[in-house]
Design a protein around this ligand. Structure first.
Ligand SMILES: NC(=O)c1ccc[n+]([C@@H]2O[C@H](COP(=O)([O-])OP(=O)(O)OC[C@H]3O[C@@H](n4cnc5c(N)ncnc54)[C@H](OP(=O)(O)O)[C@@H]3O)[C@@H](O)[C@H]2O)c1
Length: 273
């Protein structure tokens, strides 16, 4: 299948393009050089010329803290996604939109299901929800794939940050936010499976199985790397950030990904210092 990927130079985009290529798809990789997703005319021209059968829309404003004050967040995640959705609808292209656990408010204490009520508590989550709403408004043939706590070999992420801080005598890490760490390759495989299976259109959760806190995640990273680090649990209040985070954003993934610790092991084995 002819598949176009936006955000192809990003952390997920790079692994996704490799996975789709390995599955035998013809992949059209789009970064900013090809078009800016907020420019409807440029995006239309490029996409209508390439004629993909499916678009995976990964491009996004992803700095959760800066998003609180930066109007570009809404422009890229909401208007940019609306542009892609309109182009897909007009040209009969299947759309896969990558969304986030941050569309939820984190007040549940059992895993979120795809149909659970959304109620974002930060600007990034709200802009991504606006993206979901645009997809649902304009497209019939769509997948919304919500994911969470991403790490991968091609971008800044929590695993690499922790490893870079391993020399510290003590490391305080937040223990009252619970979620599902997800390796980008795991998510890319989950997206490829949706396409391969011809799964019914709709909303899916594609994230690591199981759950942990950032503290638990950090401890497991150091354990698997064989690093002795004094990791100390702390509360969100002790580590204030501009954007609020949901306290509990565990999602029910219907076994679409492996256990998060198993995936982490593969990630660590493949990483190059
Ligand atoms: N990271 C996470 O923990 C996480 C969690 C849940 C969901 N997600 C979602 O997963 C997807 C991939 O995330 P990621 O972590 O791989 O993000 P990323 O590494 O920041 O990649 C995003 C890509 O989008 C591009 N982009 C931004 N604005 C653009 C624009 N106006 N036009 C064209 N391209 C633009 C960026 O290009 P530049 O580098 O040039 O800006 C970048 O290559 C996103 O949709 C994100 O919302 C991420």
């Amino acid at each position: 299948m002819n598949v176009l990927v936006t955000g192809a130079k990003g952390m997920l985009g790079q692994d996704l393009c490799s996975v789709l290529d390995d599955c035998g798809h013809d992949v059209i990789e789009c970064g900013r050089r090809e078009f800016d997703v907020t420019d409807f005319a440029a995006a239309s021209k490029f996409i209508e010329n390439e004629k993909p059968e499916l678009i995976v829309h990964c491009a996004a404003y992803t700095n959760v803290d800066m998003a609180e004050e930066d109007p570009i967040n809404e422009k890229v995640n909401s208007i940019g996604t609306e542009n892609i959705a309109k182009i897909c609808a007009k040209n009969d292209i299947i759309l896969v939109y990558i969304s986030t656990d941050y569309v939820f408010d984190g007040t549940k204490n059992t895993p979120y299901l795809p149909d659970d009520k959304t109620n974002p508590i930060n600007a990034y989550g709200l802009s991504k929800l606006h993206g979901e709403q645009a997809v649902q408004k304009y497209c019939k043939n769509f997948y919304i794939a919500r994911t969470s706590w991403l790490y991968g070999h091609h971008g800044k992420n929590f695993v690499e940050t922790m490893i870079s801080l391993a020399q510290k005598p003590e490391l305080k890490v937040v223990d009252d936010q619970i979620g599902c760490p997800t390796w980008t390759v795991e998510l890319a495989n989950g997206i490829a499976d949706l396409i391969e299976e011809d799964a019914p259109y709709g909303v899916y959760h594609i994230c690591g199985s199981g759950k942990t806190s950032w503290f638990g995640f950090a401890k497991e990273i150091f354990k698997q790397c064989g690093l002795k680090v004094n990791v100390v649990p702390c509360t969100t209040d002790e580590f204030p950030r501009p954007a609020k985070r949901p306290a509990y954003s565990v999602m029910d993934n219907q076994n679409r990904c492996r256990d998060w610790k198993t995936a982490l092991k593969d990630y660590i084995e493949l990483r190059v210092d």
